[in-house]
Structures are given as structure tokens and as C-alpha cells.
Design a protein around this ligand. Structure first.
Ligand SMILES: Cc1ncc(COP(=O)(O)O)c(C=O)c1O
Length: 436
């Protein structure tokens, strides 16, 4: 090939095929899958160097770089997925897991403990909430819930310092946004050599293309890679990406908890990441078109909808929430492909809407090529206590939508048709109430 005039390469070009060099595999343009559970050592001395280093044995010889031992500790196909995610996140290291919950639990177990409290801001994904409410306290971790990150500014000496601040933004299912920088600035100002305060952000709802917590000072990004990163509803995986030292402990805990992704899932994820940018660009563009159709002006929904929950700055500003609009504007490329809407008429109207949909699939999960719809109060958030649900706006009339790759006009027609069904139910409900 001719010489290439060096210029600044864009992220898409750098990250698209990161982690794999065809020259390493007979020129094969795509990576192979390595299902091997174990790897042959070239000599006993090198085997010992690998194992003793992995176990932190004092005086261990340094093993040659790039060797593998056993697939729970590392595998070439897992490596491709991890290198590719680190490239998209522009992070120092990434670890890929068998599920989002495995990524989150491993991160929390690695960086919290009896001397390292967890502070978090809600709402959180139900699985994370369970770990935080039930599992961490049973392990002696002190857990504190913040209603908002603004509470950090009010903390005094008597409150102590956390080991980790955990947040999810935009949050599931009502798309509440939190200011990542409020947490990272606060943590950085109080971190010392003896006590590092980490900020971990669950970036599942926007993913590496639309929101970049590490650039805002977060130490760790966590993901359910089942969602946008995998993007096809055909795998379950998780990931953590971030600063090298913070990641070293995550890798250590993953080795012993055993939550790494298998080679087949890793290969699927690496392939999915090749289309990540174009998928989320199209999904968020379509979501914007649908949102514009469902609102007279941003923030003011059509009569068939009580309220729209969106992480788009214009919708937040239109509904008068200028603070969240400012946060969304500052830290997100756009509001992404997810939104929720509250329908008048409660559960019956919500169910009528969901049952009338033709193109949207009635299923939990999100971020896939197909559009998905669900009822948070009885499905994803069924286990959340009623008062908590109401406090976070998870009412019986709420439906959550994930916009896929179908033509946006078809999705709009589908929603319009389903809204007619829910409107009939809510009108009938209203008429019954008037008779009482
Ligand atoms: C925001 C968020 N975090 C974490 C998870 C858990 O991920 P997984 O289902 O891949 O374990 C989910 C799952 O829906 C989620 O929505």
C-alpha cells in the first residue's frame, strides 16, 4: 500500500476494528473464535511465571507479554472484545462479563467493603438495587442513598467518606439525568493517597457513542452490554471500562468470581461493536422523530398522553426542567433511543396500548435492532416497593419504549394506532368514574 499522510483519525475509524489484526490469522478479515479453556505453556518456567504472577506470589518471574493461561483469566476472543470496547471508550482497560449484573456486582464487590461505604443516587436498575439494598449490607458494607447528587455539597465530617459513588444516568425507566461532574468533582477533591473515592457510572442507556463518563472524570463505566453494545437481543453480557488501577481490582475480582464472558459471546460482541455507532445514530434520530410526533411542542404531549419521560434536552427544557436540560446538553450527545410515556387510564390503558402494537415487540430489555415496549410497573420494576415506584414516576399507566431500526414512519403509525386503543380504554374508564 502507498504511504498514508498522517492526520487525526476519528474515533469510528480507530475503534471499528480495534483488537484484531488480520495478519495474525492468515489474513482472515474477521477474528476466529478461540473456544479453548486452557493454553499450552512453552515451558514449565514460563508456566510458573504466568501462574505465580497471576496469584501475586512474591518474587515471581515476569512472564512474556501476551500469553494466555486459562480462559477464566483471559482468552484471545475475550481480548478482542475488551480491546475494542476500550477503544470505543478511549479507556485504559475494559473487562467483558457474562452479564451486566456480573459486571456491576463484581465492580461493587471489588471497590466497596467494611471500610469503603457505597453512596448511590437512585433510581437504579432493579438488579443493582437488590445488591445495594440486600447483598452489600449483609456483607458489612454501609450503603447510603442520596436523593440527588446535590446532597454531596451538604455533607460534613460526620458523614464520613464513601469508597464509591454509583449512579445511573439516564436512569431506568424514567430517564432521569444526573450530573456526572458533580459526583466526580466532589470525589476528586476528597480522594487521598490513603482513600481513593471512585465514581462508577452505569452508562447502559446511552452507551459509549452518546455519553462519555470517563471524559467527565468517572473512574469506571459499567454497562449491560446486552443492550446497545450487543444490540441485537441475541446475547447477554456486561462490561466495565476505565482507569488502569481501578480496572486492575475489577479484573482480580472477576478472576475469582468467574464472571467473564465466554468466547462465543465475546466474538458476537466484538462484531456488534462494528455497527454500534450507526445503530445508535439511527435509533436516536428515529426516537427524535417519534418524540416530535407525540408532542405539540417539546415537553407538551398530545392529548392521548399524560406525560413523556425523555432524556432529550429540548423535551426536558420544554417541560420546565431547565436544570436537567442543562445537564443533558452538557454531558450527552443527544437523548438516545429510549423514552417512556404515561397514559391516562392506568394499567388497563397501558395494557391496551401494548397489546395493540404491531411493529414493537412486547418484551423487556432495550437497545436492540427491533423496537421494544414494556410496562415497567408490572414487568422490569415489578419488585420495586409501591411507594418507591410512585416516587420515581413508575405509575400503572407508564409504558417504556426502545426505538429500533425500523422505518420511523412505521413506528409512528404503530404508536398512533395503539394510542387509539389506549384512549378508548381511558375514555371508558373516565365515563365509568363519572357514573359513580
Ligand atoms: C441500566 C441497566 N443496568 C444493568 C442491567 C443489567 O444487565 P443484564 O441484564 O445484562 O445483567 C440492566 C438490565 O436491564 C439495565 O437496564
Amino acid at each position: 500500500m502507498g504511504s498514508f499522510i498522517s492526520m487525526k483519525t476519528h474515533l469510528e475509524t480507530k475503534a471499528l476494528f480495534a483488537g484484531y489484526n488480520p495478519a495474525d490469522n492468515h489474513g482472515a478479515v474477521k477474528p476466529p473464535i478461540h473456544p479453548a479453556s486452557t493454553f499450552v505453556f512453552p515451558s514449565a518456567a514460563i508456566g510458573a511465571a504466568h501462574m505465580e504472577t497471576a496469584y501475586g506470589v512474591e518474587g515471581a518471574e515476569t512472564p512474556p507479554e501476551g500469553g494466555f493461561i486459562y480462559s477464566r483469566l483471559g482468552n484471545p476472543t475475550l481480548n478482542v472484545a475488551e480491546t475494542r470496547l476500550a477503544a470505543w471508550d478511549e479507556s485504559e482497560a475494559a473487562a467483558v462479563f457474562s452479564s451486566g449484573m456480573s459486571a456491576i456486582s463484581t465492580t461493587l464487590f471489588a471497590w466497596t467493603g467494611s471500610e469503603r461505604a457505597l453512596w448511590y443516587v437512585g433510581p437504579l436498575y432493579g438488579g443493582t438495587q437488590h445488591i445495594v439494598d440486600d447483598i452489600l449490607p449483609s456483607m458489612g458494607v454501609s450503603v447510603r442513598k442520596l436523593e440527588s447528587l446535590d446532597e454531596l455539597a451538604l455533607m460534613g465530617e460526620e458523614d464520613g467518606l464513601p469508597g464509591m459513588i454509583f449512579l445511573e444516568t439516564p436512569a431506568n425507566p424514567t430517564l432521569q439525568v444526573h450530573n456526572i461532574k458533580t459526583a466526580t468533582d466532589w470525589a476528586k477533591a476528597r480522594t487521598s493517597d490513603d482513600h481513593r473515592i471512585l465514581v462508577a457510572v452505569d452508562n447502559t442507556f446511552l452507551g459509549p457513542i452518546l455519553q462519555r463518563p470517563l471524559e467527565l472524570g468517572a473512574d469506571l463505566n459499567v454497562y449491560s452490554a446486552t443492550k446497545y453494545i450487543g444490540g441485537h437481543s441475541d446475547l447477554v453480557a456486561g462490561a466495565v471500562s476505565g482507569e488502569r488501577e481501578a480496572m486492575a481490582k475489577v479484573f482480580e475480582y472477576r478472576t475469582f468470581l468467574g464472571g467473564m464472558a465466554d468466547p462465543h459471546t465475546s466474538w458476537m460482541l466484538a462484531r456488534s461493536m462494528e455497527t454500534l455507532a450507526i445503530r445508535v445514530e439511527r435509533q436516536s434520530r428515529s426516537a427524535r422523530q417519534v418524540l416530535d410526533h407525540l408532542q405539540k411542542t417539546p415537553g407538551t404531549p398530545i392529548k392521548e398522553i399524560n406525560k413523556i419521560f425523555s432524556a432529550w434536552a429540548e423535551d426536558l427544557a420544554g417541560s420546565g426542567d431547565y436544570k436537567s436540560a442543562g445537564i443533558a446538553q452538557a454531558q450527552q450527545v443527544n437523548g438516545g433511543g429510549m423514552f417512556a410515556m404515561e397514559l391516562p387510564g392506568g394499567r388497563q390503558a397501558a395494557f391496551a396500548f401494548l397489546d395493540a402494537l404491531q411493529h414493537f415487540k412486547l418484551a423487556v430489555s432495550l437497545g436492540s435492532t427491533e423496537s421494544l415496549a414494556e410496562h415497567p410497573a408490572s414487568m422490569t420494576h415489578a419488585g420495586v416497593p409501591s411507594e418507591e415506584k410512585l416516587r420515581h414516576g413508575i405509575t400503572e399507566g407508564l409504558v417504556r419504549l426502545s426505538i429500533g431500526l425500523e422505518h420511523p414512519k412505521d413506528l409512528i403509525a404503530d404508536i398512533d394506532n395503539a394510542l387509539k386503543a389506549s384512549w378508548d380504554v381511558s375514555k371508558a374508564h373516565e365515563a365509568r368514574l363519572e357514573q359513580v
